[in-house]
Design a protein around this ligand. Structure first.
Ligand code: GSH
Length: 201
């Protein structure tokens, strides 16, 4: 299998952490592509018509995307229990919350990177950050007990989302007022899968 990836994408990191946690990292070749909303990479589009990373190219079936599908496939392939039946809807909702943080955080970067300076909308950027801040507050107030439980995909996704905030939006200081989430993240980041995929390493 080949994983199409680029730079410090938090969505790619979800897949990489899952590969490490499920002991499948050796089954996948890494292929770097360019991920750009305005100049999509032909190699990427051939695998994913939407032109986003990650995409997983398989020898025995169509390419898989997006990160949620790939992670679920990898969990199924290894029978690793990252989507436990007993709390499946919570796990999927937590993963969706983390992906929502990543989407908004990435779109802020794109607004600054791909638009001419005079067209950059601060209202739009703050609107995106509002999504991040509300999701972080929900994690702090409603999800800490789930985060403290056995490893599942929701936890991996949240850890990757928070790692991306550290990497790209450090100045926003997401930890302020969210002590429980900060403590959980610090502990989770000691896992070898997180250390091996740290974008700041
Ligand atoms: N929902 C997708 C997933 O979970 O995989 C989101 C993936 C995504 O937004 N990836 C970004 C990308 O490929 C890089 S972090 N952007 C290129 C584009 O928007 O065209």
């Amino acid at each position: 299998m080949k994983l199409l990836k680029a730079g410090p994408s938090p969505f790619v990191r979800k897949v990489l952490v899952t590969l490490h946690e499920t002991d499948q990292i050796g089954d996948v070749d890494m292929v770097d592509v360019t991920a750009s909303p305005v100049a999509p990479d032909p190699a990427l589009i051939a695998a994913n018509p939407v032109g986003k990373i990650p995409a997983l190219v398989r020898p025995d079936g169509p390419a898989l995307y997006d990160s949620r599908v790939i992670c679920r496939f990898l969990d199924h392939r290894a029978q690793s229990g990252l989507y436990p039946d007993s709390r499946i809807w919570d796990t999927l909702t937590l993963e969706a919350t983390a992906d929502g943080i990543m989407d908004a955080a990435v779109l802020i970067i794109y607004e600054e990177r791909f638009r001419p300076r005079e067209q950059v909308s601060m209202d739009w950027i703050e609107g995106q950050w509002g999504k991040v801040a509300r999701a972080l507050d929900a994690l702090e107030t409603r999800w800490l007990s789930h985060l403290a439980g056995p490893l599942d995909m929701g936890q991996i996704a949240v850890a990757c989302a928070l790692g991306y905030l550290d990497f790209r939006h450090d100045a926003r200081k997401w930890r302020t007022g969210r002590d429980g989430l900060a403590r959980w993240h610090e502990a989770f980041c000691t896992r070898p899968s997180m250390v091996a995929t740290d974008p700041m390493a």
